[in-house]
Design a protein around this ligand. Structure first.
Ligand SMILES: [Zn+2]
Length: 230
């Protein structure tokens, strides 16, 4: 029955085709093909010695973007060369105190004002981008250390070809609340979560040492556009 088996195969192929058509959102189904990138976590610090020296000398070492011309804040490795959605769903861990929520909410507002990303309160589905805001406690291990860790955060991207689903985190170190619960720290850590890497310019929110900068620079905006406006 050659003809019948041919028809049977056709029916099977049509069935497979129908399943593929019905499930265009293949992303959650093919997790085995997704590569998980490690979280890019670099601590954001407050330099004790540098600040004392700065106060004594009354001057500040600065390299700003204006002195260099057009600059772009670099992209964290998991999102480099990737396309990703501009919409993020964000939520706070239960133990985040009101003071920390306030500075994170300020940061959310600033990033939303750019129009480049869109952060919405709520929980994300597995194929949507998310930010989890958290707090933690970490003491200086070395008493001779010249820096205090204020926070950390970063993207964690599941990559499918050149598309990334970013499950990101942004946190403040509550061991030093007077230094860490600040708009500048929240801007920095949310910047990491959204894929911005460290900048060498002191007027960028992504400079690795807190300068109290709580507004995005031109280069920070360029950096965001390079990730989300492709
Ligand atoms: Zn950092």
């Amino acid at each position: 029955m050659r003809k019948n088996s041919w028809i049977a195969w056709l029916i099977v192929l049509a069935g497979i085709f129908a399943v593929v058509q019905i499930k265009p959102q293949i992303v959650p189904q093919v997790k085995s093909e997704l590569q998980s990138a490690n979280n890019q976590i670099q601590p954001y610090v407050y330099l004790i010695k540098a600040n004392i020296e700065k106060k004594l000398s009354g001057q500040r070492e600065t390299t700003t973007e204006k002195q260099v011309g057009k600059a772009t804040t670099p992209t964290e490795e998991p999102l480099q060369g990737m396309t990703t959605a501009k919409t993020y769903y964000y939520h706070f861990k239960d133990n985040v105190p009101q003071s920390a929520r306030q500075v994170f909410e300020y940061a959310v507002e600033q990033y939303n004002k750019t129009g480049i990303v869109n952060l919405v309160p709520g929980k994300a589905d597995s194929d949507q981008n998310s930010v989890t805001f958290f707090v933690y406690h970490k003491k200086i291990e070395n008493v001779m250390s010249s820096s205090v860790e204020l926070g950390n955060g970063g993207p964690s991207a599941l990559q499918l070809n050149d598309y990334a689903i970013n499950t990101s985190r942004a946190g403040l170190n509550l061991t030093y609340p007077t230094l860490s619960v600040k708009k500048s720290v929240a801007m920095h850590e949310l910047g990491h979560a959204l894929g911005l890497a460290h900048s060498s310019y002191t007027n960028s929110v992504m400079y690795p040492v807190d300068q109290g900068v709580y507004q995005l620079s031109e280069a920070d905006l360029n950096g965001l556009r390079s990730i989300y406006d492709k």
